[in-house]
Design a binder for this molecule. Structure first.
Ligand code: ZN
Length: 185
């Protein structure tokens, strides 16, 4: 684990090109944790503790399928709060039928990594449209270039890598070969 608390096993150092065509000097492989429930639970416990401290009035934890939903269930279990799962597709959000809140809730959105912020913005907008209050967003870390929704944010660590447009990528400028292609963080 690095000084910031970021587990080293997530790190993928080097010139990376994302599916969305942005470049970076590295990326995080969340599969290293998500596929390992014991390790995943360590982070879920940290997120739950932080939510309990900052947002004690939250009454529903929400995560987007698939990895976000699994993580949300782990976090909610530590808080002894109900959980709801949402699907995001084509700019629409739908609650999974196992929990469609009938009354306005104080929602905490839980996710692992935020890269662009597109899904987080959609979730916040749709939650509000459905009459819920979004208390905040709890995630492991956020890329500095992400465009976040205007809600309180809790993160576990600063993001260790920088993101660039292809034309502004210093590694491209230095003629450095791409090490990771078609990355989706
Ligand atoms: Zn580049």
């Amino acid at each position: 684990m690095s000084e910031s608390g970021l587990p080293d096993r997530l790190r993928r150092d080097g010139h990376a090109v994302f599916k969305n065509s942005l470049h970076a000097n590295g990326w995080l492989e969340k599969g290293e944790l998500v596929r390992d429930p014991v390790r995943l639970d360590g982070l879920a416990r940290a997120q739950a503790a932080s939510i309990q401290t900052h947002w004690p009035t939250a009454d529903l934890i929400v995560g987007a399928s698939q990895c976000g939903a699994v993580l949300a269930a782990f976090v909610a279990r530590h808080l002894a709060l109900p959980v709801a799962f949402v699907n995001l597709q084509d700019g629409q959000m739908t609650f999974h039928r196992m929990n469609v809140p009938a009354s306005p809730q104080r929602v905490v959105l839980v996710d692992d990594l935020i890269s662009t912020g597109t899904d987080a913005r959609l979730m916040v907008a749709e939650m509000r449209r459905a009459g819920h209050t979004v208390v905040g967003l709890s995630v492991w870390t956020v890329r500095q270039t992400a465009l976040l929704p205007e809600v309180p944010l809790l993160t576990l660590w600063p993001h260790p890598y920088q993101t660039f447009s292809a034309s502004a990528c210093p590694q491209c400028a230095a003629g450095e070969a791409v090490r990771w292609e078609q990355v989706r963080e």
